[in-house]
Design a protein around this ligand. Structure first.
Ligand code: ZN
Length: 62
């Protein structure tokens, strides 16, 4: 994973990755998938700002 991102709030360059599973899983509104997709967030380790969030399996949301 690239690690050259920078927090737009505090300028900290130490960006950690977090995963949301269980309650934080994202499920498609339509479709018949029974499982959602894990959400991966990039989080500033200094101020806690969430820089980006994405789902692990975006094809589920087509
Ligand atoms: Zn920050």
């Amino acid at each position: 994973m690239e690690n050259k991102k920078e927090c737009p709030i505090c300028g900290c360059k130490e960006i950690g990755e977090g995963r949301q599973i269980a309650h934080g899983a994202m499920f498609p509104l339509k479709g018949f998938f029974k499982t959602g997709s894990e959400v991966i967030a990039e989080i500033c380790t200094n101020c806690g700002h969430i820089i980006s969030m994405r789902v692990k399996y975006p094809e589920k949301f087509k």
